[in-house]
Design a protein around this ligand. Structure first.
Ligand SMILES: Cc1cc2nc3c(=O)[nH]c(=O)nc-3n(C[C@H](O)[C@H](O)[C@H](O)COP(=O)(O)OP(=O)(O)OC[C@H]3O[C@@H](n4cnc5c(N)ncnc54)[C@H](O)[C@@H]3O)c2cc1C
Length: 475
């Protein structure tokens, strides 16, 4: 290869000569990709089309040994490093301009042991990869609601979705992780080994090293679950949302119901006159038997006069993909998120006022429903502190034209600011856009200092800084 000028950790540049690049290439099972190489553009393209970065070099890893080589190479040359899992992060931390991207997207193995109900998952696997393997044995791991999301980044930030209230956050089911730390060693973190690292990995993001294998505890569920959508006219949104709030607060752990407010997409079960008009959707899933689910969902399904109710037994793998068509890659995105312990009348008024003013047809407001088992884990038991939040608002603004960036971003920030007085003040790091660096310390609240100490121990030079960054501190 020819010599390449690469960005350093300190913000300068260094020239890495061709011999050094050839040597690392020869040591890998994977590939070194420079600009123009086949696969380079695919490896630098991530879910959020707002992010268009050109790494100086990409190392496409095929296994843990490649990751060790890549990190030692980065450390030796003091390079700016980004680590790419599923490439879904809204802030774009999977890629960097001018530096080295450690691309894990080809490491997709998922191995399930149905007897011990465990899965070993590589960091390039998506939720769809994981669900297909686990559901073949009637087993599940609680993760997120969009099947193209990467298991790796989702897990390291916490991870919640349709079955979290019954089985906990994704991190609550992590048994161990193999991690390549900043000095290029491969270590295992678990309840017995490197306990401080294991604690920090469960919510602390990619700050502490590169995870090459996750070991998870699985649960029995599926292949069929009771799940589906109940669609209401937006004119009825206020009473529907208030009834929803009452029922959701005391719902059994098995019952999860998220709210989506947006212009109706052309769903085949909706009368066509509703296409493009504002609706409120209750999206529900029961983590148990279908008959018990029918009883548990009856009250939610009896609210108001819905336009459509398409709740029924459905394959869990399919349900995990139900929102994929609304969350496709390649669109410009800006998100803002709040945690709520309760949805006050004031918060509801603000959200309902915003829906008819959403700035584009692909924009939407999600209200995630958490709590349950995930809410009963201690705040300090893992690095993920916001166990108290019951509802998570996520404003998804999506648009196609670069010229519209500022107007969509400003609109979203205004809604976020209006809702701030009624929110819990904490934040989910996995939903934070790139401009929220000042929110990281508050997001971790009582756990930040312990995280900063773990950071000093495992990554004192802050090699892993393309993330919601935790700064290493001294005692
Ligand atoms: C459409 C959409 C829907 C979503 N829905 C949910 C949801 O329902 N529930 C939920 O909890 N979250 C959800 N998320 C948020 C999601 O959890 C985060 O975007 C997460 O960061 C994605 O992980 P990834 O591996 O795909 O991302 P990447 O962008 O590849 O990585 C995210 C961060 O993790 C780091 N990282 C990735 N892999 C590793 C590794 N192996 N070792 C160390 N660091 C690593 C990266 O460097 C980066 O900082 C959603 C996101 C999107 C875009």
């Amino acid at each position: 290869m020819s010599a390449i000028k690469l960005r350093t950790l300190e913000g300068g540049t260094t020239t890495v000569d061709g011999a050094a690049l050839d040597a690392i290439g020869a040591a890998l099972r994977g590939k070194v990709l420079a600009e123009g190489a086949p696969g380079y553009d695919e490896a630098r393209t991530i879910w959020n089309a707002m992010i268009d970065r050109k790494p100086g070099v990409i190392i496409r890893c095929q296994g843990a040994a490649d990751v060790v080589q890549a990190i030692r190479f980065a450390a030796a040359h003091k390079l700016l490093v980004a680590v790419r899992g599923g490439g879904h992060n809204i802030a774009g931390n999977a890629v960097c301009d001018g530096g080295l991207v450690v691309d894990l997207s080809q490491m997709k193995s998922v191995r399930v042991d149905p007897t011990s109900k465990r899965a070993w998952v590589e960091p390039g696997a998506t939720l769809a990869d994981l669900d297909k393997e686990t559901q073949a044995f009637g087993l599940v791991l609680p993760t997120g609601i969009n099947s193209t999301t990467g298991v790796a980044g989702l897990t390291l930030g916490g991870g919640f979705g349709w079955i979290t209230r019954k089985f906990g956050l994704t991190i609550d089911n992590l048994i161990s992780a193999d991690v390549v730390t900043a000095d290029g060693s491969l270590v295992r973190a678990s309840a017995n080994k490197n306990k401080d690292l294991f604690w920090a990995l469960r919510g602390g993001g990619g700050n502490f090293g590169v995870v090459t294998t996750f070991e998870f505890r699985l649960h029995k569920l599926g292949p069929q679950v009771l799940a589906g959508l109940v669609v209401h006219p937006f004119d009825d949104a206020a009473p529907v949302l208030k009834e929803y709030r009452r029922i959701a607060r005391s719902a059994p752990d098995e019952l999860t119901c998220w709210v989506v407010m947006r212009k109706a997409p052309p769903l085949p079960f909706l009368p066509t006159e509703w296409y493009g008009r504002e609706v409120l959707v209750l999206a529900m899933c029961y983590s148990g038997g279908v008959k018990k689910g029918e009883k548990a969902m009856a009250e939610l399904r009896s609210i108001g006069k819905p336009i459509a109710d398409v709740v029924g037994p459905t394959p869990f793998v399919g349900w995990q993909q139900v929102f994929d068509p609304l969350l496709t890659p390649g669109v410009r995105n800006y998100w803002k998120s709040h945690d709520f312990v309760n949805l006050s009348d004031e918060a509801i008024d603000i959200l309902l006022d915003a829906v008819p003013k959403l700035p584009g047809p692909e924009c939407e407001i999600f209200i995630g429903h958490v709590g349950g088992v995930a809410g009963r884990v201690g705040k300090k038991a893992t690095a993920f502190p916001q166990r108290h939040s019951h509802f998570v608002m996520n404003v998804h603004t999506r648009w196609r034209e670069a010229a519209a960036d500022q107007s969509f971003i400003i609109w979203t920030r205004k809604l976020f600011d209006a809702a701030t007085p009624y929110a819990a003040g904490t934040a989910y790091v996995n939903f934070m856009p790139a401009d929220e660096v000042d929110r990281v310390e508050r997001a971790y609240g009582p756990n930040y200092r312990r995280l900063a100490k773990a950071k000093r121990r495992y990554d004192p030079s802050n090699l892993f800084r393309m993330n919601q960054n935790i700064q290493p501190v001294s005692d």
